[in-house]
Design a protein. Structure first.
Length: 597
């Protein structure tokens, strides 16, 4: 381990831009403007009989512009997440969002021309395009849903000060929330990240107080406002994607973007629905472990630790544990993870106004990804660190691809992150001899599987229903009732469900920012469970296959990448295989209970 070497830090954004103001910024933007003008001049060259070499040169120019735009756009977004209450950061984000929309409109002619070509011409040019081929192929998937150039420009411009602005407002409002929780007889004010750490507190009264404060007081007080923002989001999604672009359904929009067949998503969600009894069985088992007098878990207790300890992990110890587990699997991936710390691209401090949660931003190939954490020292934070570093590893493994193809598709984007968590847990189990701690580690894995598979799938099931209900005039209260019914289906009679959970949906940023995103978590977790089972069976011979999946990045379709790994994503049997691994974990826990008895 690297004890003492690492401390929670704020990241350094200077590799993106040297400054967010002054001559350096203006010089960068002036250069960017000239690059856009140069690209606009190639418009007359876009002919069906264009020479393949000339075409590739044009795509390279497009990539250069894309890279320049991502650099300044990422700086604006990451600076804003550092402090969502900073007026300067918010103003800069607004300026860059406006600039990005204008540049997108000026570059729009290329993608529209490309999508207008007949298949024979497109195939001739793609055959000579090398690493750009899948990106070009992906653009053409949207051909049936593309509007005229003037209409596309209007959509881009109206989003900047319309829906995008409303979503930024959601972030500003929710990240300004402060929460109060009584700990050891003293009330403390805290951020959502700090409050959320206590959902795994050993004291059941503390766990209940967390949800009552978060959902029953703060989010409930703002439910009308946040609910209204969500309704506008859903109506805008319908107007643009169903009415104008003629997608078959709201969910089909995300599927097309992910290059996932509708049948695969339907199979995934249906298999999740069929396996609710698996986690319900676990919740009943957990109630026995926790000696709950009623014999029934409360929703407050879903993430309760089985071992009654509130162990804190110093940040440096956590970093050492994660890097050690990665190194045990592969020195290559552990070195990638170390780069995030060495390049000061991780922001792990707790600060007022900082965006809650955690994420990894992979911006450009060759540029170390940026990782945001809110590290509070709990075991869950250690797993989150492994998860987000897994995302960074994935991007760095694919850094040999172009700017347009290095980033993996959304469903495969969770592969390295979830796998890294499992590597960490596997390493902890291998070195732990205390049966009680081993039981807690295994239970935590199942807790995480619930949070990543079933919980996320039911978010998407709620979204499907909510989009339909809102278009029929549903109120915020009616959506809250629908969400409560969604939870009742998910949990059955396995636990007691408090009424404040009806407001949980307004606290979920993904359903606002990226509708139907969440099935990617279920997809990724079940995929990784299948891959991990193969790793345990094949040992060292599995590792090159896994690393090859990561090295693809987004240069091939998810179907092709998974086909090479022997996986059919449209098969219910494949998804059921992931649940079978979860069942084996629960079986093992039940054996531990028998030994204890």
């Amino acid at each position: 381990m690297d004890n003492g070497k690492y401390q929670p830090t704020r990241w350094t954004l200077s590799e993106l831009l040297s400054s967010h103001g002054g001559p350096e910024l203006e010089a960068y933007l002036a250069q960017f403007e000239q690059q856009v003008k140069d690209f606009e001049e190639i418009r007359p060259q876009l002919r069906p009989d264009i020479n393949p070499a000339e075409f590739v040169e044009i795509v390279q120019g497009y990539e250069t512009l894309e890279a320049a735009g991502r650099r300044v756009g990422a700086y604006a977004q990451l600076w804003f997440t550092e402090d969502t209450q900073s007026q300067a950061a918010l103003a800069f984000l607004g300026r860059i969002d406006q600039l990005s929309a204008e540049v997108a409109n000026r570059m729009l002619f290329f993608s529209l021309w490309w999508k207008s070509l007949d298949d024979e011409t497109a195939n001739r040019l793609m055959a000579a395009s090398g690493d750009y081929r899948y990106w070009l192929e992906s653009l053409r998937r949207f051909k049936p849903h593309t509007l005229s150039e003037s209409e596309e420009k209007i959509v881009n411009l109206k989003d900047v000060n319309g829906m995008n602005a409303l979503l930024t407002l959601y972030d500003v409002i929710t990240n300004a929330f402060t929460f109060e929780l009584e700990i050891d007889g003293r009330k403390k004010k805290m951020t959502r990240a700090e409050l959320s750490a206590y959902v795994r507190h050993p004291n059941p009264d503390v766990r209940a107080a967390v949800y009552q404060e978060m959902l029953g007081r703060v989010f409930k007080e703002h439910a009308n406002t946040l609910g209204q923002i969500y309704m506008y989001r859903v109506r805008d999604w319908f107007s643009e994607n169903i009415q104008l672009r003629k997608h078959a359904s709201p969910l089909a929009v995300r599927n097309l973007s992910n290059d996932i067949p509708d049948a695969a998503t339907d199979a995934l969600l249906e298999v999740c629905r069929r396996n609710t009894d698996l986690f319900q069985r676990y919740f009943r088992l957990k109630a026995r472990w926790l000696d709950i007098p009623s014999g029934k878990l409360r929703r407050y207790d879903v993430y309760a630790p089985i071992v009654a300890s509130d162990k804190a992990y110093p940040y440096s110890d956590a970093v050492g544990m994660v890097l050690d587990s990665l190194h045990h699997f592969s020195s290559q991936i552990s070195e990638h993870a170390r780069r995030v710390f060495a390049d000061h691209h991780i922001d792990s401090e707790i600060r007022p106004g900082k965006q809650g949660g955690a994420f990894c931003a992979s911006i450009l190939p060759g540029l170390t990804p940026y990782v945001l954490l809110n590290y509070t020292g709990r075991a869950r934070d250690v797993a989150t660190m492994a998860h987000e570093l897994g995302h960074a590893i994935h991007a760095m493994m694919a850094a040999h691809h172009s700017t347009l193809t290095f980033h993996s598709s959304l469903p495969l984007a969770e592969t390295a992150s979830v796998f890294s968590e499992m590597i960490l847990n596997d390493r902890l189990l291998a070195t732990e001899t205390d049966p009680a701690v081993r039981r807690d580690i295994l239970a935590t894995q199942i807790d995480d599987a619930y949070a990543t598979v079933m919980r996320q799938a039911y978010f998407v099931l709620f979204e499907r229903e909510a989009h339909e209900r809102i278009l029929k005039g549903a109120t915020t209260d009616e959506l809250a009732e629908a969400y409560l019914a969604n939870l009742r289906e998910q949990f059955g009679d396995s636990l007691e469900l408090a009424d404040e959970f009806r407001w949980e949906w307004v606290s979920i940023p993904h359903i606002y920012q990226t509708p139907f995103y969440c099935y990617a978590y279920s997809f990724g977790q079940l995929l990784v469970l299948s891959l991990y089972r193969r790793y345990k069976a094949e040992g060292e011979s599995f590792k090159p296959k896994y690393l090859k999946i990561l090295a693809y990045g987004g240069s091939e379709s998810p179907a092709k990448i998974l086909r090479e790994a022997g996986i059919d994503m449209a098969s219910p049997d494949f998804w059921q295989g992931g649940f079978d691994v979860i069942k084996e974990m629960i079986d093992e826990l039940e054996k531990m209970e028998a030994v204890k008895a």
